[in-house]
Design a binder for this molecule. Structure first.
Ligand code: R5P
Length: 297
């Protein structure tokens, strides 16, 4: 038997993944003591093949839980333990931008490589390393992409849309989405001055009269999308919608995006949210099948 293990807040996604894989599904109980300590209760015994589904949005508390859950799962029988993290945090700090900054991508990758046999994620924010294998050195890393799904979804909802990447880093996802949906695309240039301050310069491509769909891997504060949407509407775009793989929508992000004139906001179900419009579950299941075919290491 093989099992998808999950926490209560991701039960729906875990059940969908287990159903797609025709595996069993088991929940980790979590009691938070008044002082913040956790008491985790795992199904016991565990089968030898276990996938732990844990998206790393709001990562810090979840990483503390993994610190306990992983050795417990091993102790209770999991020999091959993979992490499916539809959203993988800490990937953006991938170099020492200023002297003394820790390269979180590398250090988190090393920790995950120590805990898990394999890591599966969706559209990780990788720019200075070529693959997820490099992040979890010595382990198997599989990155799947929601961009083609989003591209087909947009083509269906907004025929003839111009897909617009709000920054160069999103160019890769916009190109994949455009190819999949048979749509045109263009890329903006972004400068970030702070957590909530960004400037976006539009591409030369004419936006006047076009139905623009901004597509990015991630919406966090929503400022990138809001600034890009305002700029597109200011030069005469007929409409602006938004499609993202990971809808974190921190704080007032959604209101900010809507106040900028955005019509529809769509996301994949990597992060559970009311904007979820496409499902990555079949992609995750295919990646799990690929990973568990490997002999136990
Ligand atoms: C960064 O390059 C990412 O692709 C996103 O554009 C960025 O993280 C979005 O952040 P925010 O929503 O806070 O502007």
């Amino acid at each position: 038997m093989s099992l998808v293990l999950h926490f209560a807040d991701e039960a729906a996604l875990a059940r969908a993944l287990a159903h797609e894989l025709e595996w069993a599904c088991g929940e980790i109980g979590c009691h938070v003591f008044p002082d913040g300590e956790l008491r985790l209760t795992l199904p016991k015994p565990l089968p030898s093949r276990v996938v732990l589904l844990r998206g790393l949005q709001q990562p810090n508390a979840k990483l503390a839980a993994l610190l306990i859950a992983v050795p417990a799962a091993r102790e209770f029988g999991a020999r091959h333990l993979s992490l499916v993290a539809p959203y993988l945090a800490y990937m953006r700090q991938d170099m020492e931008f200023r002297a003394g900054e820790a390269i979180s991508q590398r250090h988190l990758g090393q920790a995950l490589a120590g805990w898990f046999d394999a890591l599966i994620t969706v559209d990780p924010h990788l720019h200075r390393v070529s693959s997820l294998d490099e992040v979890v050195s010595g382990r198997r890393g599989v990155a799947v992409s929601a961009a083609p799904l989003l591209g087909r979804f947009v083509a269906d909802r907004v025929p003839g849309a111009l897909l617009l990447a709000p920054d160069e880093e999103a160019g890769q996802w916009v190109r994949a989405a455009a190819a999949s949906g048979g749509l045109e695309h263009a890329v903006c240039h972004k400068q970030r001055h702070g957590d909530h301050e960004v400037q976006v310069a539009l591409p030369a491509a004419g936006l006047r009269g076009r139905a623009v769909v901004l597509l990015d891997d991630l919406a966090s504060t929503g400022r990138t999308l809001a600034v890009a949407a305002k700029a597109a509407l200011a030069v005469g775009a007929a409409s602006v919608d938004v499609a993202v793989t990971h809808g974190l929508f921190i704080g007032d992000a959604l209101q900010t995006i809507r106040a900028a004139g955005v019509r529809e906001v769509w996301s994949s179900d990597c992060v559970p949210h009311t904007s979820n419009a496409v499902s990555v579950v079949p992609l995750l299941a295919a990646a799990v099948r690929q990973v568990v075919q490997l002999p136990f290491g």
